[in-house]
Write a protein that binds this ligand. Structure first.
Ligand code: ATP
Length: 320
């Protein structure tokens, strides 16, 4: 578990981070969200001591990190840099092998692990001999992720990991990222200024402004219980899209009409969000399916039924 207690950081007269405290639970993905200059990167880099904290304490598994050796600390923390940050004169294989070489892994172990990651991250084997500039932005990003994951560290810090990508590539890499089994075991702190990305990937979001934490909570907390006008207005303009992403079929269960027969229909998982559900229902030839609650109950759904139930849920959530 990562714990920051009353941490501050000043650069000359600039108070980059002002007395912040938060915890990241094991295997949780906490996203630091906020506009440019609000202190996200400084906060992230203090967790692996790339930036020395000013005041306060940072604990990892109850141990104060400033009391130990920074290099040793960083070996247990994968780091995906802003703008990818691959070494341009190293091949892809050499880039991935940087930390294994520091740890004096034997070649065979490094090659085996590299090959495993290359497949998991959908990179062609042929790219291992290439230099970063010979790859697309999306491929470079995957290499950056492979480099951070190669030693299987329990903690992963990611600074705008998808920031350099076009929208289409970004969206497909985000989906793969969510599906990667290897990442589900990790404690992740990720920086982004992209609200949709934060809502797509976070278990909890830490919303920052001017070096301070405004609100920490689940995407649903931020949507339906914003703590103040700043938190509320930060999401304005994207609120509906965010609701489509955050609300799941199980949330709208009580608003779905009583069930009919489920014969000849396809079952959708009740963990699906409304966005993905409508995408499926839109593209089905027979656009009628059913969803079950995992306890033997089911409801018949189609595009219109889900839209209607979603609207009812939103109305209730906004007026609670
Ligand atoms: N090394 C440094 N020297 C001086 N000032 C710095 C330094 N690093 C950051 N700052 C300042 O601290 C503040 C917070 O910067 P930080 O990079 O943490 O913000 P950020 O939220 O990550 O922004 P961005 O999204 O643009 O990366 C900014 O005002 C920045 O100019």
């Amino acid at each position: 578990m990562i714990k920051l207690q009353s941490v501050s950081k000043r650069f000359g007269n600039t108070k980059a981070v002002k007395n912040i405290s938060f915890e990241v639970n094991n295997q949780e993905n906490l996203v630091l969200l906020g506009t440019s200059g609000c202190g996200k990167t400084t906060t992230l880099k203090m967790i692996n001591l790339l930036i020395q904290p000013g005041n306060g304490e940072i604990l990892i598994n109850d141990k104060d990190i400033t009391s130990g050796n920074p290099e040793e600390l960083r070996r247990g923390i994968g780091y995906v840099m802003q703008n990818i940050g691959l070494f341009p004169h190293y091949t892809v294989a050499e880039n991935i092998a940087v930390v294994p070489n520091l740890l004096k892994w034997d070649k065979q172990k490094t090659n085996q692990r590299t090959s495993e990651l290359i497949h998991k991250l959908h990179l062609p084997e042929s790219c291992l001999k290439m230099f970063p500039h010979e790859l697309s932005g999306g491929q470079q990003q995957r290499v950056g992720l492979a480099r951070a994951l190669v030693t299987d560290p329990p903690i992963l810090l990611m600074d705008e990991p998808f920031g350099a990508l076009d929208n289409v590539t970004r969206s497909s890499i985000q989906q793969e990222f969510k599906a990667l089994e290897e990442l589900k075991r990790k404690t992740i702190v990720m920086v982004t200024h992209d609200v949709l990305e934060a809502f797509e990937l976070a278990d909890r979001i830490c919303l920052m402004d001017k070096g301070e934490i405004i609100q920490i909570g689940t995407p649903k907390d931020l949507l339906y219980n914003p703590i103040n006008d700043f938190a509320k207005s930060f999401l304005d303009g994207q609120r509906l899209a965010l609701e489509f992403k955050v609300i799941k079929l199980k949330d709208i269960w009580n608003h779905l009409p009583a069930s009919e027969s489920k014969a000849d229909k396809k079952e959708l998982n009740h963990e699906l969000n409304i966005w993905d559900t409508l995408e499926i229902l839109r593209s089905e030839v027979i656009a009628e399916n059913f969803v079950s609650d995992g306890n033997g109950h089911f409801k018949t759904i189609d595009f219109a039924i889900v839209t209607e139930a979603f609207n009812q849920y939103r109305y209730t959530a906004h007026h609670d």
